[in-house]
Design a protein around this ligand. Structure first.
Ligand code: C5P
Length: 401
């Protein structure tokens, strides 16, 4: 299925920082996601890398000079600038940032940046002192004032051997920034989606929790798809191993009680609530402040009490409520009962006992049911594609409000 990067024309400017080897990985990730990637290498980048490295990945000619006469390949910086959906400079050296700030057009990258009307994103990479120097900081401010999107740098190990600010952000994060920029005008622009993710942890004592095996992937996929379609996204999540998509506002919570509080607040101004989190139905009546000691007793009975039903308790006034029904049996009947008892607009039913889908998997196979009686089986899809279909259905309801 297509995604936000499919067929997008991305001009990738690579400049002469030692981090430019990461641009090969970036080009590869973009190409794999379906984008058409056209690379411009500055003269100093060519000292580190050969055009062939990029050409082999992108299957497109690589621009190495302003005075390229390879008309057969149709390389022309103005044409390149015009057809671009986005121009990304990664890594961007202090020198290139200075040149962009001052509108210099003495190489193919400079001219392309001046000539393009597409959004521009710059990912700095340099020594910490160079980054923090007043000149670079002033140039970066100039770029920001011109609505150029800055991504990074981050703090980490630098080529100088020191640790500090100046490290290029990871290619995966650069891709996430690109998606965020390209998605801004999507069909969910102006809408706010609250998505919950992960499994809650109900504590018995400072070292023991009752939890479940939810990975958080479905909720993160909802956030990613909603951002790709231009929505504002609040991700209410328990700690997971996943990296939140660029542009999402993350509210970290631990247990059902905290998630209830966060969802109640965040849903007030939202258009859609998607409760993809696996919320514990039960919590210990008492949580010990001290680690519970092993005793001579053979058994230990823990008394549990019900947690608040978050999605049922949130007001439906102006809010599309989407719940999940993670079941291991009688999936459709249970889902429909849940939709009525929790006053949901949409319920996403899935069989969590299946190995191919459900908890921990990158894929899901769900049935989307809504209160108008529509029932749709998605078949086995990536969680991102399932998220896209759930949002399609939510969008139908939003149009009807
Ligand atoms: O009742 P059950 O846990 O099967 O319902 C699942 C749906 O309800 C999911 O969308 C889940 O996120 C949500 N839920 C909730 N509050 C709870 C338990 C589940 O909002 N305490």
């Amino acid at each position: 299925m297509p995604n936000i990067l499919t067929d997008k024309k991305i001009v990738l400017g690579v400049t002469g920082s030692i981090a430019c080897y990461k641009a090969v990985d970036l080009a590869s990730k973009l190409k794999q996601a379906g984008a058409l990637v056209e690379v411009i290498l500055t003269e100093s980048a060519q000292k580190f890398l050969s055009p062939l490295s990029f050409n082999s990945i992108t299957h497109q000619p690589v621009v190495t000079s302003l005075f390229d006469t390879n008309s057969e390949a149709g390389i022309n910086h103005v044409a390149l600038a015009r057809r671009a959906d986005i121009v990304v400079v990664a890594p961007a050296t202090a020198n290139t940032i200075a040149k962009i700030a001052h509108g210099q057009a003495d190489d193919a990258l400079g001219t392309t940046i001046l000539a393009t009307e597409a959004p521009i994103m710059v990912c700095p990479a340099m020594d910490g002192n160079m980054y923090e120097s007043p000149a670079t900081q002033a140039n970066i401010k100039t770029l920001k004032d011109r609505d150029i999107h800055l991504a990074g740098p981050e703090v980490g190990h630098l080529a100088s051997g020191q640790t500090g600010i100046g490290r290029l952000i990871e290619p995966q994060r650069i891709v996430s920034h690109i998606r965020f920029i390209l998605g801004r005008d999507g069909d969910l622009a102006g809408k706010t989606i609250v998505a919950s993710a992960g499994g809650t942890r109900e504590s018995l004592d400072p070292v023991r929790d009752i939890t479940n095996r939810s990975s958080g992937k479905m909720g993160y996929a909802i956030a990613e798809a909603a951002l790709d379609r231009g929505a504002s996204v609040v991700l209410v999540s328990t700690p997971t191993n996943l990296s939140p998509p660029v542009g999402s506002t993350v509210v970290l919570v631990k247990n059902a009680h905290d998630m209830h509080e966060a969802i109640t607040i965040e849903s007030k101004n939202a258009d859609v609530l998607v409760m993809a989190a696996a919320v514990a139905d039960w919590q210990p009546v008492r949580s010990s402040g001290q680690k519970i000691k092993k005793s001579d007793k053979e058994t230990w009975a823990v008394e549990l009490t019900q947690t608040p039903d978050i999605i049922a308790s949130v007001s439906s006034e102006g809010l599309i409520k989407v719940g999940f029904a993670a079941e291991t049996e009688s999936i459709l009947q249970n889902a429909e009962t849940k939709m009525k008892s929790k006053n949901l607009d949409i319920v996403v039913a899935n069989d969590v006992s299946s190995e191919q889908s459900g908890f921990g998997s990158d894929n899901n196979d769900v049935t989307i049911i809504d209160r108008l009686g529509r029932v749709e089986e998605t078949g086995l899809l990536s969680k991102y594609d399932v998220a896209w279909q759930i949002l399609d259905r939510a969008l139908d309801f939003m149009k009807a409000i």
